[in-house]
Design a protein around this ligand. Structure first.
Ligand code: NDP
Length: 451
């Protein structure tokens, strides 16, 4: 689908000229703007008030030096980022990613997506994202702690419980959040819900750890049921083996699916008897080892090494359902075609922007189900929103209470996306529905708040 509307085209062309070196960001913006054509044409105020020109520009970008001392006494330097993209409907909210591929383009694409995702949750949260090119892999706990402390020493002056509330993302789990929270508290001398994904002993919410993976499966289940299908008896392939992937495995197994393949950046495992999420949890969260270690637990499983720069064979494993839960652009057009040729009925995104535009076009041409990340992985940030509510109340809700709210939110997001798609003449197109439903609330708030 290409954009025809002159106003949208002029905004996109201007952005391409100014941000030519930010490919992931431009990809995320183009994907949203394509869906907004009928919305812009139906209401002239969006163009009159240049809402699109404003929404693609972050309110604030912070970049900073993060110096730290490694175990050998050497001084290392990384680059830190926080992009505060849009606060029209609430304080900035979005994760921190620690991964060597992090740059401004990646953080801006994630922050832009986060605006619409947070809006879809119906909770009062604006969009933001941050992180660093620091790689926690292979670092000692002491090194990770010193890095996190240095990172927070600068970040703390830009965030706060009513300003900007970061959370985890790739490379940022309970350990990193703990060290950053400790440093924030020490410098600011206040115990507030300034980060989410905290440990249970100091303000975390039950079910936050599980929320993105569980939420993805609640969303997928709603979409499957709406199309007369379910997880029951389905072969499922999940990419990644981190936070999102592990709990997606647990929930879709509970819903009757069988997870036959999972991966990390070195390779993938195939176990036709179904992969037990508890083994992956131990390998990744306790041992912090590679997925290949699975063979020590299940010798009958198969392991295939991934070669950097070569196609990822994971998507050629025949499956009914694909849950990409690793990283951006991990399913290219050829991967999508391989999935479709093997009979895949749906791709439900756990990671952010895991499908390239070519892959999405292939899903659409084949007519398979497609759940876009900003809707289907919104369960993590939604539960972060619930963690913020509990912190404000100074109360803790039970696992069942939070899980039930999460399920309700995910089913609500599916219904909102489906309704928006239908209203704007694209029935069944959940991708367009998500962009439209997410946009309308933020755009309306921006109109009310003036320029
Ligand atoms: P984790 O760090 O817990 O796990 C990431 C997994 O993806 C690991 O298995 C990792 O393998 C793999 N991976 C990461 N980068 C690459 C890469 N470039 N190539 C191949 N594999 C890679 O992260 P999360 O599970 O938290 O996040 C996964 C995705 O879900 C991300 O896109 C994130 O933005 C998104 N997301 C996460 C949310 C959350 O609540 N955590 C909320 C919403 C979205 P390896 O260990 O080898 O690097």
């Amino acid at each position: 689908m290409s954009i025809q509307n002159a106003y949208l085209l002029s905004v996109l062309d201007g952005l391409k000229a100014r941000s030519a070196h930010e490919p992931e960001f431009l990809q995320a913006v183009e994907e949203v703007l394509e869906s907004l054509e009928p919305v812009i044409e139906a209401d002239p105020r969006y163009e009159q008030q240049n809402i699109i020109g404003r929404i693609v520009e972050p309110e604030r970008v912070v970049m900073f030096r993060v110096p730290w001392v490694d175990d050998s006494g050497k001084v290392q330097v990384n680059r830190g980022y926080r992009v505060q993209f849009n606060s029209a409907i609430g304080p900035y909210k979005g994760g921190l990613r620690f991964h060597p591929t992090v740059d401004l383009s990646v953080i801006k694409f994630l922050g832009f997506e986060q605006i619409f995702k947070n809006s879809l949750t119906t909770l009062p949260m604006g969009g933001g994202k941050g992180g660093s090119d620091f790689d926690p892999k292979g670092k000692s706990d002491g090194e990770v702690m010193r890095f996190c402390q240095s990172f927070m020493t600068e970040l703390q002056r830009h965030i706060g419980p009513d300003t900007d509330v970061p959370a985890g993302d790739i490379g940022v789990g309970a350990r990193e959040i703990g060290y950053m929270f400790g440093q924030y508290k020490k410098i600011r001398d206040e115990f507030t819900g300034v980060l989410t994904g905290k440990g249970l002993s100091y303000g975390g919410s039950l079910a936050r750890t599980e929320a993105t993976g569980f939420g993805l499966c609640y969303f997928a289940d709603a979409q499957l049921r709406d199309n007369g299908m379910s997880f029951q008896g389905k072969r499922v392939v999940i990419s990644g083996s981190g936070n999102v992937a592990i709990y997606a495995n647990q929930k879709c197994t509970q819903l009757g699916g069988k997870v036959i393949a999972m991966s990390d950046s070195n390779g993938y495992i195939v176990d036709e008897n179904g992969i037990d999420h508890k083994i992956i949890k131990e390998i990744k969260e306790v041992k912090r080892a590679r997925i290949k270690t699975y063979l020590e637990y299940v010798p009958t499983a198969k392991y295939v090494e991934t070669v950097a720069g070569q196609p990822n064979g994971l998507w050629t494993v025949p499956c009914d359902i694909a849950l990409p839960c690793a990283t951006q652009n991990e399913i290219c057009e050829a991967d999508a075609k391989a999935l479709i040729a093997n009979g895949c009925i749906g791709v439900f995104e756990g990671a952010n922007m895991p499908s390239t535009p070519g892959a999405i076009a292939a899903y659409q041409a084949a007519g398979i189900l497609f759940a876009p990340a900003k809707a289907s992985n919104a369960g993590g940030v939604a539960t972060s929103g619930l963690e913020m509510s509990q912190n404000s109340e100074r109360l803790s809700w039970t696992f069942e209470e939070v899980d039930a709210k999460l399920k309700g939110i995910m089913e609500g997001i599916y219904a909102a996306c489906a309704a928006a798609a239908e209203k704007y003449g694209m029935k069944g197109n959940i991708q367009a529905g998500a962009n439209i439903a997410g946009f309308l609330k933020v755009a309306d708030a921006m109109l009310w708040q003036g320029i």
